[in-house]
Write a protein that binds this ligand. Structure first.
Ligand code: ZN
Length: 442
């Protein structure tokens, strides 16, 4: 018995030291990531939690030595989540793992019921005759799979972004989609949808992959499917949101700054660790790391954008407010897995060669695609025709977690987070010390 107790104590000691190794205190990126996810938690666009995140971000950036730290408010059309429930009623009773999509229509408190029409693809739904879904609930399936570059999210994500409005246009009273995700857990993936002007918003939810598999199997068997849906959340206008910005001033204030973007808001099912607390942690820690050995020539600005998840409101607000010239923009919004590739939109070939050479010892390869930044910096890139560097992260498992209850701190590997910071700092040491003009490719 005494030996058993000693063994237990030993195991406890071991697990404490392992936990410590996974929790690198004093690491700027980890501290920001752990702080935002633990001290603020989930941060829906336009919510009270997102407002707390702005206060938190402002204090953290000031404490880290950033200058000109400012909160820049704007208003958004948001979505306030309600009760999300759904069940198969026939041919078998089964409670579904479901989440409402952002901007979903609202059901009565007692929910709605309908017969299900199954569509294996978005194209199949598009081909359905006008009025053919009257009184029905549409189910839209798809075949997104894991990819290193995450490229499945563009095409298959259309099921979520556009599918509900198309179903509404054909008379559906509700729509359920297979989650835009690549895991096989009973976690639904939320995310925004859109109902263009003139299209009636209908209740729209996403079920987990195993639930979608079940519905698809029943549909293939030819049996009639009936389900109930209770999604009581509401689209709400004039909710407060805002961006938080901060500068690390360069030695030559006459040179346009380097802009680094991430987003402060998150979905509400998890704590928004990989999407996108990790991005804010990476860009901020890298901006500080680029100061080692003295301030670079150019100012480095961080933009922690608000309300990205419901339509990129923060990036648009930033581009409208900041007409002063910028030199180059970059964004981190694809989790915390290792950077494996660099891509450019830059006129100066020699400058791209120097950046690629700085990253090469880290095993980061040069891609031939055109860098585009991302949602939070795209509006200012478009408006000012800015140069862009993309550091592409391994996205193989990103869509296992994206917009799910599993987007939590424990999913981030501190070593991979540190690799991101190191790669970003290498790029910043080159571009922020570039005295000559930095321009986009012609
Ligand atoms: Zn994101």
């Amino acid at each position: 018995m005494r030996n058993h107790a000693r063994a237990l104590a030993l195991i406890a000691t071991l697990s404490v030291s392992t936990a410590y190794a996974q929790d690198p205190k004093g690491d700027v990126a980890w501290d920001l990531l752990a702080g935002l996810t633990s001290e603020v938690g989930p941060r829906m666009p336009g919510s009270e939690a997102e407002a707390r995140a702005r206060v938190w971000a402002e204090a953290r950036l000031k404490a880290l030595g950033f200058s000109n730290v400012a909160v820049e408010p704007f208003k958004i059309r948001g979505y306030v989540r309600g009760r999300d429930e759904g069940s198969l009623l026939a041919p078998i009773p089964f409670k579904l793992a479901i989440t409402a999509l952002g901007y979903s229509g609202t059901t009565p408190e007692k929910g709605i019921e309908g017969d299900v029409v199954y569509f294996p693809t978005l194209d199949a739904l598009k081909a359905a005759p006008a009025g053919s879904l009257s009184g029905k609930i549409a189910f839209i399936d798809h075949a997104m799979k894991r990819n290193q570059d995450g490229s499945g999210y563009g095409p298959y994500g259309q099921v979520r972004r556009a599918g509900p409005a198309i179903a509404s246009g054909k008379g559906a009273i509700g729509v359920v989609i297979r989650s835009i995700g690549t895991d096989s857990h009973r976690n639904p993936h939320t995310g925004g949808t859109t109902f263009p002007d003139g299209v009636k918003p209908i209740p729209a939810g996403a079920v987990s992959n195993p639930d979608a598999d079940l519905i698809a199997r029943i549909a293939r068997s030819g049996k009639a499917i009936r389900l109930s849906l209770t999604l009581t959340g509401k689209t709400t206008d004039n909710l407060p949101s805002g961006n938080v910005i901060g500068d690390l001033p360069g030695r030559d204030p006459s040179l346009p700054p380097i802009l680094l973007g991430c987003h402060l808001d998150s979905w509400d099912l998890g704590t928004g660790a990989i999407d996108d607390a990790a991005g804010c942690a990476i860009i901020t820690a890298a901006a500080l790391k680029a100061q080692e050995g003295g301030a670079p020539l150019r100012t480095i600005r961080v933009l922690w954008a608000g309300s990205e998840e419901l339509g990129g409101f923060g990036g648009k607000a930033y581009a409208e407010k900041h007409s002063e010239p910028h030199a180059l923009a970059m964004e981190s919004d694809f989790g915390a897995s290792r950077v494996w590739r660099v891509q450019f939109n830059m006129a100066d070939k020699a400058l791209t060669d120097r950046i690629a050479a700085a990253l090469s010892p880290m095993g980061i390869v040069r891609g031939s695609g055109k860098a585009d930044g991302g949602t939070d910096v795209e509006p200012v890139i478009e408006r000012q025709k800015l140069a862009v560097v993309d550091l592409n992260q391994d996205g193989t498992h990103y869509f296992d977690l994206h917009h799910t209850p599993d987007d939590t701190l424990d999913k981030v590997d501190p070593a991979e987070l540190a690799q991101n910071v190191a790669a970003w700092a290498e790029v910043l040491k080159v571009v922020a010390n570039e005295a000559g003009p930095i321009a986009a490719a012609p």
